[in-house]
Design a protein around this ligand. Structure first.
Ligand code: GLN
Ligand code: ZN
Length: 778
């Protein structure tokens, strides 16, 4: 008999109940007891959904009021001492770690300090768009079993009559995901102090009658240093002493050189991700001893497509035949990464809806697959037939496959991803055309999204404001933004992005091949959820998307107006993507659509076009061996989007993060004429990499942090740019903020930009004395 289970379930609730309760609690509108009641109710409902689908266990321990890693910080008693907690209650401490403490000026603590107590750093959970709170470790970190929340949740589930499988993040992954807060210290040395606490936790779970504990060690899918790899065996021998049966769970990535290690650890079962690494299933079935349970993650936990039962069974059957021990089936990873249920998608295109499965539907897929696998097909005949019909319809649908899109990719020639001339030639033509001063000033695209802008957009979407009225309001915002930029003395202007609520959704809504859900929310961090577009078919651009706004903005000024687009990799990365063709093909389709827009902007007289690619780095595969092919595809797609224009048209790109050193050759290979990046918080340190690498094109290192309302002085920005000019040729430098300004208010933005323009003037004066020959406009 095959068993079914899930590695985890979405926490937010069918209608994002948790989000709304959390935000009420943080505003002081509901107390701890009311919030806890919402949590308990959601858990009960989510366990019921698992039980309704006939799962062999409900999963307990995946719930969190903010983040599951933060839960482990409290469970394992390693709250960082810098928070200086005294008698605060557990949940209050939890939210303080998650959100920081406001100081007397009302500024919430942010990660880079200065005000109040700053929150734990947040970072991406592997290659997902979920963000976890980063544990902080020093030589003084102590551990101790410090929270009973997990045990209470187990008791709650048991009281409701469920059979419980508890879930824990394993000790090695927990340490790996944390960060040293002390120079020269290695968090790995904490392992021996940590293991006894895990033993205690496991013993306690056992005493509660929990038979199975799923212990997640997703780092087995990473390239691990030897010390970490080698520690698995002894750690799990130690844990095995007091533990219930352990199901070691891995996901997101092939196990590769860790496959045998994972199969041989002293645990009672192993879960593998058969969606991300189907090619390893046979090896796992070979290596896993017969007395261990094999859990196959067959249903895609990272995407929203309905499982094709024929394909799944074809994959499962040989494993079932080969593995003599227990066979379990599950989603590939926690369902945290998919929306709750299709039930609330009442407006979604019915045909496309029949191709999808969200968390609740995925649980039901397990029920059907299990029956089929166990030879009880007759009991699920209707479900199997429906799933087969839907997946077949999707495969053959003309809405998915469009000959002209395929043809366009097939006809691409080697030079399609190359500009006409090399950078030096383009640079000289662009300098002649644009006649910008030395160290030109610009911004990254968006200006403050005021309440009035959001209200107008919402009214337009609801149909309360007609297209003409909406256009009038947006044009007024553009006029305002252009006027302010001219007054401030900026050199390259932007239209301000008032018409966009989101840099991917705005384009997805206008491109063929995308659909949008009403309720497809996925947790991003804390109470924040995102609703990614769904790319279901071949992507094409039926008509221009930004030309009218940009041309209007340009008509208001003689200064250059920078067109503003989102790049193909970012559009792909922040969407649910097709699983019926390689991601690289979908990216390339988007690239051609963006190229059409770039060309149309050029035709409309726009001389500078920025193609934002903030997500290139986050798309990096978890295994380094897969980086090369990803980066080749990503840079090629960017270049396709950027290469349809003449040399005199200047292409910018923007990336808002600060780790470039390991991908500098690929960043250079994108061959954007200008790249703007985030550097202010690193005090320009990261620019050193660009300097050492001799990055050939122009760079705008961010001179002020737009995440904080603090207004930087001109002196600070001068100091940062001097540092920049020491590593990058000054004639290649631009002056700009770290990122877009949409989350800021106008007053602080105006002062900051005025200071930035003043800083550029000081720098130009200094440089004019140093440079051998004057540059245009100086
Ligand atoms: N052009 C976008 C903006 O300014 C860029 C946003 C981003 O990098 N995430 O808002
Ligand atoms: Zn940015």
């Amino acid at each position: 008999m095959t068993r079914t289970h899930t590695l985890g379930f979405p926490r937010m609730g069918a209608h994002r109940e948790l989000k709304f309760a959390l935000e009420k609690h943080w505003r002081g509108e509901i107390g701890t007891a009311a919030l806890e009641a919402v949590g308990a109710d959601l858990r009960a409902r989510h366990w019921q959904a698992q039980s309704d689908a006939g799962l062999d266990f409900v999963t307990v321990g995946d719930f969190a009021f903010y983040d599951h890693v933060a839960n482990h910080i409290q469970l394992l008693g390693c709250e960082p001492p810098r928070f200086d907690f005294a008698a605060e209650a557990e949940l209050a401490r939890y939210f303080t770690m998650a959100r920081g403490v406001a100081d007397e000026t009302g500024h919430e603590g942010c990660t880079h300090g200065g005000h109040g107590t700053f929150a734990l750093e947040m970072t991406k959970w592997f290659d997902t768009n979920y963000h976890y709170l980063v544990p902080e470790f020093t030589a003084n970190t102590r551990f101790g079993l410090a929270s009973v929340r997990l045990f209470d949740e187990v008791a709650q589930a048991q009281k409701l009559g469920h059979k419980v499988k508890a879930v824990l993040l394993g000790p090695l992954s927990f340490l790996w995901l944390g960060k040293e807060k002390e120079a020269g210290f290695d968090r790995f040395t904490l392992l021996d102090a940590l293991l006894p606490v895990y033993e205690q936790v496991l013993a306690r779970l056992k005493s509660l009658g929990v038979e199975w504990v799923q212990i997640d060690e997703p780092i087995l899918g990473l390239d691990l240093p030897d010390a970490w790899r080698n520690a698995f065996e002894r750690s799990y021998w130690q844990l095995a002493r007091s533990a219930p049966k352990l199901l070691l769970a891995t996901y997101f990535s092939p196990l590769a050189e860790n496959l045998r290690l994972a199969c041989q650890l002293p645990v009672a079962g192993l879960h593998v991700d058969a969606v991300r690494a189907p090619e390893e299933l046979t090896g796992v079935a070979d290596w896993l001893p017969a007395h261990k349970a094999l859990s196959v993650g067959i249903v895609d936990g990272r995407n929203i497509w309905r499982t094709d039962p024929a394909a799944a069974l074809e994959r499962l059957q040989p494993v079932a035949d080969k593995h003599k021990g227990e066979l379990w089936i599950a989603p590939s990873c926690s369902l945290l990464h998919v929306p709750f249920s299709l039930a609330s998608e009442t407006k979604l295109d019915a045909e496309i809806k029949s191709w999808l499965a969200f968390a609740v539907e995925k649980l039901d897929e397990l029920r059907v697959l299990r029956a089929a696998l166990d030879g009880e097909d007759s009991s699920v005949e209707a479900e199997l037939a429906a799933a087969r019909a839907a997946t077949a319809a999707r495969r053959g649908s003309p809405r998915v496959h469009r000959a002209e899109v395929a043809l366009r990719l097939a006809r691409a020639v080697a030079t399609d991803d190359r500009r006409v001339s090399a950078f030096a030639q383009r640079q000289s033509e662009q300098r002649d055309r644009l006649a910008l001063p030395l160290m030109p000033t610009t911004t990254i695209g968006s200006f403050p999204q005021t309440a009035a802008i959001r209200a107008a957009r919402a009214a337009f979407k609801r149909g309360e404001l007609d297209a003409g009225g909406y256009r009038g309001k947006m044009q007024a915002e553009i006029r305002l933004a252009v006027h302010k930029q001219e007054e401030l003395g900026l050199d390259v202007l932007v239209h301000g992005e008032a018409e966009r609520n989101d840099m991917v959704e705005y384009f997805g809504e206008q491109l063929d091949g995308f659909v949008f859900t009403a309720n497809g929310w996925v947790q991003s961090y804390g109470s924040r959820c995102v609703k990614p577009p769904v790319i279901f078919g071949d992507v094409a651009r039926p008509k221009p998307m930004t030309v009218e706004w940009t041309a209007y903005a340009q008509s208001l000024t003689k200064l250059p107006m920078k067109g503003m687009l989102t790049g193909p990799v970012t559009i792909l990365q922040w969407s649910f993507v097709r699983d019926d063709q390689p991601r690289s093909v979908t990216t390339e389709q988007i690239a051609w659509a963006i190229r059409d827009e770039v060309v149309d902007l050029e035709k409309a007289g726009i001389g500078i076009i920025q193609i934002d690619e903030p997500a290139i780095r986050e798309g990096l595969p978890l295994r380094r061996s897969r980086w090369k092919s990803y980066l080749e595809g990503a840079t090629r797609s960017f270049r396709i989007s950027a290469s349809g224009v003449a040399d005199r048209t200047q292409i910018h790109t923007h990336m808002c993060y600060s780790e470039f050193n390991d991908i500098l050759p690929e960043i250079a290979a994108m061959d954007a004429d200008v790249i703007t990046i985030e550097t202010s918080r690193s005090d320009m340190e990261l620019l050193r990499g660009f300097g050492d690498f001799k990055y050939p094109n122009e760079i705008g290192p961010g001179v002020y942090d737009i995440h904080s309302p603090r207004v930087p002085t001109a002196d600070e920005m001068v100091r940062l740019m001097r540092k920049a000019a020491a590593v990058v040729p000054p004639s290649n430098l631009w002056v700009n903020p770290d990122c877009g300004l949409k989350t800021r208010g106008w007053p602080e933005t105006e002062v900051a930009l005025a200071n930035m323009v003043a800083a550029a003037k000081v720098l130009r004066g200094e440089l004019a004395l140093r440079l051998p020959r004057p540059l245009p406009g100086t």
